[in-house]
Design a protein around this ligand. Sequence first.
Ligand code: FAD
Length: 289
Amino acid sequence: ERGIGRLIREGERSFSFEFMPPKDPAGEEQLWQAIRELEPYRPTFVSVTYGAGGSTRDTTARITGRIARETSLVPMAHLTCVGHTRAELEGILDSYAAAGIGNVLALRGDPQDGPRADWLPTPGGFTYACELVELAAGRFSVGVAAFSEGHPAAESLESDVRVLLDKQRAGAEFAITDMVFRSSDYLGLVERAGRAGVEIPILPGIMPILNLGQVRRMAELSGRDVPPDVVARVAAHEGDPAAVRAEGIAMAAELCEALLDGGAPGLHFYTLNRSRATREIFAALRISA
Ligand code: FAD
């Protein structure tokens, strides 16, 4: 049984790595190099995101299926409701099952203009991730998204965790957060979620800052700003890219330690299809392959 919900519940600490579908053959080579370099760390699972547009959408099933067939890793494929009818989503879930994929991260997805833009459901499709959780639960071990500072469009932090509770009731077995910048944000989420009745494990998402340009991109991706004190620590090394990177890795390692000390059931790394930063953080945490 390689259902991730159970692996997290029954294992010690969960470590996982997230990849993106590559856009071209060079990207695919880079992705496989990262997978091979991270495989020796024996993560609990690895996941492959579901792209918002065009050809990359089939790539998720292809890459995730190949991970299932050709590596020792437990893979999970993401899936979003964007632009799909219910029948199409059923078809994609069928293709995941046929490729030997037993784990799905069920998401709503974002409008093309980003997480803060108005969301318009596809006719015949789903309005909320919760409905996709219901569709996939039973056949797959289903994970869902959680938000360390609340989803940017959530009415309140309390309604944000009620959504997480709905996902749990619909059959979600675990949750993964967006990028966490401060351990207090994650611990606050866990506390709120617990008070609301959420019992599924919540894994914090980790993405180290490796250069200053990335800070803006992180904000665009997550729909919220990187906290000024976090930016200031790396910005202090502006003009010295190696020092910026080293500070970013050191900060991520400190964050990981604080999260685990605070009781996080594991760590989920956004790798951007490269292994080096994750390996550096593991070295700082004294975790070896
Ligand atoms: P939902 O749970 O549907 O929530 C969306 C909004 O609706 C929230 O504001 C919520 O509060 C509100 N809401 C939900 N239910 C109700 C209700 N019943 N009544 C009123 N309001 C409600 N995106 C991709 O495109 N591809 C990916 O592979 C991908 N992977 C991700 C992985 C992780 C770990 C995370 C954290 C995010 C990922 N995303 C991905 C981004 C995600 O799709 C967006 O964050 C999206 O805006 C929210 O998705 P959700 O599944 O949480 O949606």
